[in-house]
Structure formats: structure tokens, C-alpha cells
Design a protein around this ligand. Structure first.
Ligand SMILES: C[S@@+](CC[C@H](N)C(=O)[O-])C[C@H]1O[C@@H](n2cnc3c(N)ncnc32)[C@H](O)[C@@H]1O
Length: 227
């Protein structure tokens, strides 16, 4: 999970819990174990690493929602995929969004998110190339997904399932970590060529405000053309 240029920083702030993760071999059970152990310390350790990405990324999605979706904010149904302890939900809520669902593979991370009293619904399920029975096709107006499209976490094939969850004309937004764009880019482009979605914006946003961690990540917003 640590990007190759920032291994020392990840180890300093987050310990060795990612040392054995590999994009090819890590299973969903192993990811669950990592986050089960991390859940109660996740907020404190990320605060120590001065993570700053959630506000600008929520603002990018807010900008696109105002431009493309013709509904009052409180009616916009947003699913936060890989919601973790709920940092994205907190920022979206500050912007006026109240119809929020948190999906995550880790029940322990969702239990932490519940304490923030931001989300209406919680789904403990993996994001992968299978359809999640808990989410109807086109059920949501928009998706945010932060820190979760990462090697060993979610594979590029899951982008198809992310699109399925969002209604036609709705928005899918996510960040890709520093140094990991090449993993997801081919699938993103394949889906663009297939007219499954079209790119609305691509922004470089601040990620961590310390010298030894990735300074930026890339945040994308796509409009769903069919699902
Ligand atoms: C780095 S954390 C980011 C959490 C949150 N989005 C944030 O920005 O603080 C990654 C989250 O993705 C979840 N996750 C990892 N792999 C997943 C998968 N295949 N499906 C669903 N959630 C996953 C983890 O449990 C964890 O909560």
C-alpha cells in the first residue's frame, strides 16, 4: 500500500501493517484483518500524518454535483465506497449532503464511522468484480471513494461495479494515490471508450501535509452514461 517513493513515511506514521500486502497475492480476508487491527487507531494516525485530502475532494464532487445534478443537496443519494471511519462523509455533510451511505469491507472501520453520526446506511461488503446484492443498479446519484482504489485493496475491474451502483447521468468520483495511476488508467480508458462513463474533471489535490508522505493524489469525477 505504501507508494514506492514513500515507504519510510508510511512506516513512520502507520507502522508495518502494510509490509506484507501485495497487489497480486493479498486476499480480501487479509485486508479485513489489516483494517480490523487499524480501525481504533486510524483517525489518530492519519491526523498525525496530517492527511488533508478529504475537504478538497469533497469540494470537487460538490462542484460537479452542482453543475450536473438537478436536485437539492439533501435529496442527492451518495455512496461512500471504502468509507472507512467516515472522513469523506464528514466533509460532504459540512457541504450540506445528508443522504449518505457508507460501504466498506471492514465492519470495524464502519463501527468507527457510525460514531460520527453522518451516514444513514451502512453496508459491510467488498468492492470487487462481483455485483453487491446490497446495492441496486443505479440506486445512487453519486459516489465518492477516497484512499480505496489502491493496490492490494480494490482491483481495476471493480470500476464496472462502481458504475453499476450509480444512475445514468450520476457521478462517480475517486482518488488514485500518488504513483498508482498506471494500475487503474487502462480500465478507466476502456470504460470511456465503451461509453460507460465520461470524464468530467481531473484534479491534483493535496494529500498529506508532511514532507515524507505523498504530497498529492489525483481526484477524478466521471459522469455515468449507462449502467
Ligand atoms: C485507506 S482507508 C480509506 C478510508 C476512507 N475512505 C478515508 O479516506 O479515510 C481504505 C478503506 O478501504 C476499505 N477497503 C479496502 N479494500 C476494500 C474492498 N475491496 N472493498 C471495500 N472496502 C475496502 C478498508 O477497509 C478501508 O476502510
Amino acid at each position: 500500500m505504501a507508494t514506492k517513493d514513500h515507504v519510510a513515511g508510511y512506516t513512520k506514521y502507520f507502522g508495518n501493517r502494510f509490509a506484507n500486502l501485495s497487489p497480486e497475492a493479498t486476499t480480501e480476508e487479509e485486508i479485513k484483518d489489516v483494517y480490523k487491527e487499524w480501525a481504533s487507531k486510524f483517525d489518530e494516525e492519519n491526523s498525525n500524518a496530517r492527511i488533508v485530502c478529504h475537504k478538497p475532494q469533497a469540494e470537487c464532487l460538490d462542484f460537479a454535483i452542482k453543475k450536473y445534478l438537478d436536485k437539492p443537496k439533501e435529496e442527492i443519494k451518495i455512496i461512500d465506497c471504502g468509507a472507512g471511519t467516515g472522513w469523506a462523509g464528514v466533509e460532504l455533510n459540512k457541504l450540506g449532503y445528508t443522504n449518505l451511505c457508507a460501504l466498506d469491507i471492514s465492519q470495524e472501520m464502519l463501527d468507527e464511522a457510525k460514531k460520527k453520526k453522518i451516514y444513514q446506511k451502512f453496508i459491510c461488503a467488498p468492492l470487487n468484480d462481483q455485483q453487491s446484492p446490497e446495492v441496486k443498479t443505479g440506486e445512487y446519484d453519486a459516489m465518492i471513494c477516497i484512499g480505496t482504489l489502491a493496490s492490494a485493496h480494490v482491483k481495476p475491474a471493480a470500476l464496472v461495479e462502481m458504475i453499476r451502483m450509480i444512475r445514468t447521468g450520476g457521478l462517480v468520483s475517486f482518488n488514485i494515490r500518488y504513483g498508482e495511476l498506471e494500475i487503474y488508467q487502462p480500465k478507466m480508458e476502456e470504460l470511456e471508450k465503451a461509453r460507460s462513463w465520461e470524464k468530467v474533471s481531473k484534479d491534483t489535490v493535496p494529500q498529506f501535509d508532511v514532507d515524507d508522505m505523498p504530497p498529492t493524489s489525483t481526484f477524478f469525477v466521471y459522469k455515468v452514461l449507462k449502467c
